[in-house]
Design a protein around this ligand. Structure first.
Ligand code: AMP
Ligand code: ZN
Length: 125
């Protein structure tokens, strides 16, 4: 198991959670507050605070992480979907352990999730 932070919610979830998909080094869970009919989070077991530190993953892990996002979407039955990473508080990041949002399902594929809408509104102010 890669290095983890004891007080990190997503490190705990990566150790034991109700996964919708699990692979070597990565888990996927349903978002507790879904912004689309299907809203899944992909969480690497390795703790990095944000996407800014994505360089801490070696090339193989990075590739595996992207493949795992695509595999997870397929596993939960999505063909069309959005993949989103909030980077930093003003972009809507609230949990400081890198995670990928997968949003889809229903007719809402074109809808902008609220966190993004808020961040865009703030940037436009
Ligand atoms: P972000 O705002 O990009 O940091 O995303 C954090 C996401 O984690 C939000 O969409 C929350 O709804 C979700 N979340 C927070 N706590 C939990 C939890 N215990 N289980 C599942 N999702 C969670
Ligand atoms: Zn963590």
């Amino acid at each position: 198991m890669p290095k983890q932070h004891d007080d990190c919610l997503f490190c705990s979830i990566a150790r034991e959670g109700a996964y919708v998909h699990k692979g070597k080094g990565f888990v996927a869970i349903n978002d507790i507050n879904p912004q689309a009919p299907v809203h899944v989070l992909v969480i690497p077991e390795r703790h990095v605070d944000t996407f800014r530190e994505v360089g801490d993953f070696d090339a193989r892990e990075s590739r595996r992480m992207l493949e795992f996002v695509a595999e997870t979407a397929e596993k939960v039955g999505l063909r069309d979907y959005r993949v989103l990473v909030n980077v930093g508080p003003s972009a809507g990041q609230t949990v400081f352990h890198l995670h990928w949002h997968i949003l889809g399902g229903g007719d809402t594929g074109a809808e902008v999730p609220s966190a993004v809408a808020t961040a865009v509104a703030e940037l436009e102010e």
